[in-house]
Design a protein around this ligand. Structure first.
Ligand code: PMP
Length: 369
C-alpha cells in the first residue's frame, strides 16, 4: 500500500473552483488505430532520429549546468522557420517557446488573465482553453459559434465590444471543427477588442489560410499567435510550443515563466527537428490528400462531414455519440468524443489506418445512420 493512500482528494483543502473537476485527457488506450489526439502519424525519419540522438548526447556532457533561460538559439531558429512558413519576416525577439503550446497559453493567461479578469472564446473549440482559463482564476465567457461551427465575425465583434474581455481566443483552424478564419474577420474582432487576441494556430501548416502573424505589425498590443511542433511537425513527444508577437509581449511573458522552464534536452532536440522541417512537413500534403479521401468516403456512407482545414475531421450525426465512439473502439479504432452532440472527431492517420477507420465507419453507418 502506498503511504498516505487512505487520504481522499475530497478531503484536501484545494481551491473551491477545483472541487469536482476532472483532469483533461483523452483515453490513452492500446488500440491498433489511434486516431484521437491529432498527432502526425508519420514517425521521424532515421536521419532525424540520429540527429536528435547526437544533439542530446552532446548536450548531456553539460547537464550539470542550467539551460539558456531565454532559449535564444531555439527562438532564432523558430523565427527563421516561421518567417519562411508565413512570408512575414520575424526576429528572435518576436518569438517565445515553452513546453507545448499549452504552456504558452498558460503563461499568456498568467500575464493577461487572472482574478477579476475575463477570457472569451468561440465554442465549441479547444477544450483546454477554459481549463487554462479557470486554472489561472480568469472568468470564462463562452460565446457560441453559428450552427455550422463557423464564427460570424460581426456578431463576434459585437459580443467582444459589449463584454470587453481581457483575452479573446480564436482557434484557426479550429479544433475540433476544422474551420480557419480569414484575416479580415480577425481584423473585425481585433478592432473590437480592448485586450489581447490569442490566435491559436496549432494546425496552421495544414491550412492554406494566411497566418495572423501578418497582423502583428498592425496590432502590436493585441495580437498573439500561438503555434506548436506537436502536430504537422510530428514532435508531440518533444513538447515544444511557441508564439509570435510584438517583442514587448515576450518581455511580459518573462515576468511569469519559471526560470529554466525549457530543458537543455528539449531545446537541442527541437533545434534538431527544426533542421529537418522541410522533410517532416513533406507529410502535410499527404495528410491533406488523405483528409479529402476520408471526407469524401464518409459523405458517401451518409455521414454529415464538417469541412476541415486541419488533420482531423468532425463527422456525424450519431443518435448517441458515446455509443458510436464505443462501436469504433470495438473495431480497434480509437476516435474522439469531443462532447459535441451527435458528432465524433477522427484524426487523419496513415493510409492503412484511414482504411481501417473507413471500414469501421461504413459498418457503423449501416446500423446507426
Ligand atoms: N491548441 C490546440 C487548438 C490544440 O488542439 C492543441 C493540442 N491538442 C494544443 C493547442 C496544445 O498542443 P501542445 O501543448 O502539444 O502544443
Amino acid at each position: 500500500r502506498a503511504p498516505g493512500a487512505a487520504l481522499r482528494l475530497e478531503s484536501l483543502p484545494i481551491r473551491d473552483d477545483l472541487r469536482g473537476a476532472s483532469p483533461y485527457g483523452a483515453p490513452q488506450l492500446d488500440v491498433p488505430c489511434q486516431l484521437n489526439t491529432n498527432e502526425n502519424p508519420h514517425p521521424p525519419s532515421p536521419a532525424l532520429v540520429a540527429e536528435v540522438t547526437e544533439a542530446v548526447r552532446a548536450a548531456a556532457a553539460d547537464l550539470n549546468r542550467y539551460p539558456d533561460r531565454d532559449a535564444v538559439e531555439l527562438r532564432t531558429e523558430l523565427a527563421a522557420y516561421l518567417s519562411r512558413q508565413t512570408g512575414v519576416s520575424l526576429a528572435t525577439e518576436n518569438l517565445w517557446a515553452a513546453n507545448g503550446s499549452n504552456e504558452v497559453l498558460q503563461q499568456l493567461l498568467q500575464v493577461f488573465g487572472g482574478p477579476g479578469r475575463t477570457a472569451l472564446g468561440f465554442v465549441p473549440s479547444y477544450s483546454m482553453h477554459p481549463i487554462l482559463v479557470s486554472g489561472t482564476q480568469t472568468r470564462w465567457l463562452p460565446t457560441p459559434r453559428r450552427d455550422d461551427f463557423t464564427v460570424d465575425a460581426e456578431s463576434a465583434a459585437a459580443v467582444v465590444a459589449e463584454q470587453r474581455p481581457d483575452v479573446v481566443f480564436v482557434t484557426s483552424p479550429n479544433n475540433p471543427t476544422g474551420h480557419s478564419i480569414g484575416l479580415d474577420d480577425l481584423r473585425t474582432i481585433l478592432d473590437a477588442s480592448p485586450g489581447i487576441v490569442i490566435v491559436d494556430e496549432a494546425y496552421a501548416e495544414f491550412s492554406a489560410a494566411s497566418s495572423a502573424v501578418s497582423l502583428i505589425d498592425e496590432y502590436p498590443s493585441r495580437v498573439v499567435v500561438s503555434r506548436t511542433m506537436s502536430k504537422a511537425f510530428a514532435f508531440a513527444g518533444g513538447r515544444l510550443g511557441y508564439l509570435a508577437a510584438a517583442p514587448a509581449v515576450i518581455e511580459a511573458l518573462l515576468l511569469v515563466r519559471l526560470p529554466y522552464h525549457l530543458s537543455v534536452l528539449t531545446q537541442v532536440a527541437a533545434r534538431a527537428a527544426l533542421r529537418h522541417a522541410e522533410e517532416t512537413l513533406g507529410s502535410v500534403a499527404a495528410l491533406v490528400s488523405e483528409r479529402e479521401r476520408v471526407c469524401e468516403a464518409l459523405a458517401g456512407y451518409g455521414y454529415e462531414v464538417v469541412p476541415s482545414d486541419a488533420n482531423f475531421v468532425l463527422f456525424g450525426r450519431f443518435a448517441d455519440a458515446d455509443a458510436g465512439w464505443r462501436m469504433f473502439l470495438d473495431r480497434g479504432v480509437l476516435v474522439r468524443d469531443v462532447g459535441i452532440e451527435a458528432h465524433l472527431r477522427t484524426t487523419i492517420g496513415l493510409p492503412e489506418e484511414n482504411d481501417a477507420f473507413l471500414a469501421a465507419a461504413r459498418e457503423i453507418a449501416a446500423t446507426t445512420l
